[in-house]
Design a protein around this ligand. Structure first.
Ligand SMILES: NC(=O)C1=CN([C@@H]2O[C@H](COP(=O)(O)OP(=O)(O)OC[C@H]3O[C@@H](n4cnc5c(N)ncnc54)[C@H](OP(=O)(O)O)[C@@H]3O)[C@@H](O)[C@H]2O)C=CC1
Ligand SMILES: O=C1O[C@H](COP(=O)(O)O)[C@@H](O)[C@H](O)[C@H]1O
Length: 578
């Protein structure tokens, strides 16, 4: 490596704190190689030769020495990064990935020497790709100057290569173009010999994941830098197919090169879950069966599968939302304290808790499917009205489930999940219902409030309108003694002026930086499938008919009976305003 005068200090977070007064701002959620920059992000931490830690204002200022990343190749400094979006013509690429890349560029998070490539079968020129993606780029932070300037600069760095997904020739062509750009980037910098790093984002249907990985890894891997692949879900349909996918990917890639994305892990409130729990004394001591009665993980969308019915019908809501997004949140919620914030320490704890979970039983599941509905002169279609959905499909668009963790902390506590499409509202939240206060002094003296029912509830609203609030019993001001249930409320839009980044921005940046904390390791995936596979098989083999619910409703009533079996009331129903 070129001599630079700056060095990484892996794992030096505590000595950095001692050495540098400014490091009081250390963000405890930063990984050991990073430091909080005071602007809401962890930046790569470097140490100058005079021994002072430095915070990089952007990657371009971070120089590296012989220290290497876990892939065995040098990290960002002195490097070029090429990001290839495979499936560039598709829905996710247009809707999420290109806009996220632009947002990162706009906010100066991308390395100086980056190039974006789109790859798909559709024939397109570079200019046509730029036109296509320009339609979905937005300036995330409103009223900023130079937005169109920045957009133009970003688009100039976007290129396109057409090719088949199983074609080594196609990816060889891409490789040639990538090399040209990498050479150009190296020439335009003051530093010769930049390491070319490559990131592939597989934004394609799952049946072609392995074709792409085989062809791209053989012909378009970086020779001297790292090569990473972000893989989108679904990761199989069950334990068997997921294991098969993992084995196939590992024929061509090392586990460290595979970044299995679950975009819910990139959501702000989900990131904050561990902060809330592990850095506030008031929560962690209560985080167990001793104080928590039940935990609810709720996802609802107020639209159906419009346009994605073809994909969805092969998976259903349990595989689409529960087995991944909700289960990942559950694992973060329920895991034991990790040894450190290092990705492997966190993922080890997640695996442990997932492996302590009982397999989901058929009697603990309720499934539903939305039917057509007319309201105020408007007609909403049934799931089976989608022309890409086979007629008579019994694929669930709604499910509720009761899950259990058989360990000392959570023994007997129901973790209830509920996920549905075409419901009355769009919402994702975690609700923690606490036990009643034993021998509550006010139980006999207060009229109008059943204190055994009005227990504390902590709500983390992941979306929309991110918020954390705690329901408490409070005395209504006045001379009498009347209690009500009120919220201690942290509404993000009121507390923080900053716009919340999209989950894909955080995850793309993490993948570029080699931060694996928010990506799924293969053993996590195995443990997650082990919980759901038996019930998914039974639902299919027994052809369990879903309970129909009207589009735009609150879903099947069966969900209430399921909760009642465990003496639980869904928090989102009993407190709809909250
Ligand atoms: N869309 C979304 O909101 C979400 C998507 N995902 C996942 O992300 C991935 C991409 O999703 P999305 O963009 O919706 O997918 P698309 O169906 O839009 O497919 C992406 C691209 O892949 C190519 N393609 C589509 N079908 C086939 C096929 N049968 N054989 C070969 N190539 C095909 C097409 O490009 P071309 O014809 O030009 O080659 C298409 O533009 C999927 O794994 C999906 O499950 C995950 C979360 C949300
Ligand atoms: O992974 C998926 O997530 C989306 C919901 O994501 P959100 O960030 O918009 O809440 C869901 O619509 C889709 O069916 C599923 O595949």
């Amino acid at each position: 490596m070129a001599a630079t005068g700056l060095q990484f200090r892996p794992g030096a977070i505590f000595s950095a704190r001692a050495a540098h007064p400014a490091s009081r701002k250390l963000y405890h959620h930063c990984s050991p190689q990073r430091i909080y920059d005071g602007r809401g992000r962890c930046r790569l931490m470097a140490k100058s030769t005079n021994g002072r830690p430095q915070i990089s204002a952007s990657f371009r200022e971070v120089m590296i020495d012989e220290k290497s990343s876990e892939d065995g190749v040098p990290e960002q400094g002195g490097a070029t990064v090429s990001i290839t979006v495979v499936g560039a013509s598709g829905d996710l690429a247009k809707k999420k990935i290109f806009p996220a890349l632009f947002a990162l560029f706009y906010e100066d998070w991308l390395p100086e020497h980056f190039t974006v490539f789109g790859y798909a079968r559709s024939k397109m020129s570079d200019e046509e790709l730029r036109n296509m993606i320009s339609l979905t780029l937005t300036c995330r932070i409103d009223q900023r100057e130079n937005c169109s300037d920045k957009m133009e600069k970003f688009l100039k760095r976007c290129f396109y290569q057409s090719g088949q997904y199983n074609s080594e020739e196609g990816f060889s062509e891409l490789d040639k173009k990538l090399k040209e750009k990498e050479k150009f980037n190296a020439k335009t910098s003051h530093q010769a010999g930049k390491v070319p790093n490559r990131l592939f984002y597989l934004s394609i249907p799952p049946n072609i994941f392995v074709d792409v990985v085989r062809s791209a890894s053989r012909t378009a891997s970086s020779q001297d830098g790292w090569t990473r692949f972000i893989v989108e879900k679904p990761f199989g349909r069950d334990s068997g197919s997921s294991g098969e996918l993992t084995r196939s990917l590992k024929k061509y890639l090392a586990e460290e090169q595979i970044f299995r994305i679950d975009h819910y892990l990139g959501k702000e409130l989900v990131e904050n879950l561990s902060v809330l729990r592990f850095s506030n004394l008031v929560f962690e001591p209560l985080w167990s069966r001793n104080y928590i009665r039940n935990v609810q993980l709720i996802f609802s969308e107020d639209f159906g599968t419009e346009g994605r019915g073809g994909y969805f019908d092969n998976y259903g809501i349990i595989r689409d939302i529960m087995q991944n997004h909700l289960l990942q949140i559950l694992a973060l919620f329920a895991m034991e304290t990790p040894v450190s914030l290092d990705a492997e320490d966190i993922r080890n704890e997640k695996v442990k808790v997932l492996r302590s979970m009982r397999q989901l039983r058929l009697e603990d599941v309720v499934v539903g499917q939305y039917k057509g509905h007319s309201k105020s002169g408007k007609t909403y279609p049934a799931y089976v009205d989608d022309p890409t959905v086979p007629s008579g499909s019994i694929t669930p668009t709604f499910a509720a489930a009761a899950l259990f963790i058989d360990n000392a902390r959570w023994d007997g506590v129901p973790f209830l999940m509920k996920a549905g499409k075409a419901l009355h509202t769009r919402r994702a939240e975690i609700r923690v219902q606490f036990r009643r206060v034993p021998g509550n002094l006010y139980r006999r003296n207060v009229v109008g409030t059943d204190l055994d029912k009005a227990t504390n509830e902590l709500v983390l609203r992941v979306q929309p309108d991110e918020a954390i609030y705690l329901k408490i019993n409070n005395k209504v001001p006045g001379l009498g003694m009347r209690l009500d249930s009120s919220n201690l409320n942290l509404l993000y839009s009121e507390r923080y002026r900053r716009e919340i980044p999209d989950a894909y921005e955080r995850l793309l940046l993490d993948a570029i930086e080699g931060e694996r904390r928010l990506f799924i390791r293969s053993d996590e995936l195995d443990a997650a499938w082990a919980i759901f596979t038996p019930v998914l098989k039974q639902l299919e083999e027994k052809r369990v008919a879903p309970e129909l619910y009207p589009y735009g409703s609150r879903g099947p009533v069966g969900a209430h009976y399921l909760a009642a079996n465990y003496n639980v009331r869904w928090g989102d129903i009993s407190n709809d305003e909250n």
